[in-house]
Design a protein around this ligand. Sequence first.
Ligand SMILES: N[C@@H](CCC(=O)N[C@@H](CS)C(=O)NCC(=O)O)C(=O)O
Length: 195
Amino acid sequence: MKLYYAPGACSLADHIALHEAGLSFDRVKVDLKAKRGEDGSDYSKINPKGYVPALKFDDGQVLTENIAILAWVARNGVGTAPAGELGPFRVLEMLAFISTEIHKSFKPFFDPSSDQTAKDKAGQAINKRLQFLADGLQGDYLFGPELSVADCYLFVMLLWSGKMGLAIPAPLEAFRERMTKRPAVLLALQHEGLA
Ligand SMILES: N[C@@H](CCC(=O)N[C@@H](CS)C(=O)NCC(=O)O)C(=O)O
């Protein structure tokens, strides 16, 4: 299978999770402006939505959207969901929160037409939501001592927060440090030229 990614983009979460799962995969860097893969592929044909990530399976099927790809990786080997019937849905709940409430709030930081007021407002919303996660940390990771795919996504949001100069609650600073020491995280950062 092939992961289509852009360095440091949200696709880094999927990249880390695939390494954490010990799955074998190829990487294709995408030029998001030109919509071209580094292998010469026309990315608009791989993912007509035009954004990363996309995971192309060997049979030609393509899965897009961080939530779906991370849920697929969770099913194929990363960490443990919380116990009980609701466990897998708790992971989905967390992925949805990170995607829709945190990831999307970064929009003004990536939109050249956004003014400082929009950025300040977004920064406050992000900080509030990060604080909610910091208050709920259950040990080293979001769901306890074991990493889950949601931790991979949260890690990328913290990298972005640092890059944008946003305040990160202390427990999540420590979480980011812990994540950075994981071999799978280091590997993904190296592969994306970010280490
Ligand atoms: N809903 C998508 C959003 C993915 C997304 O925001 N991708 C960004 C990088 S983090 C992107 O490729 N942006 C370039 C573009 O939209 O042209 C998901 O969660 O997978």
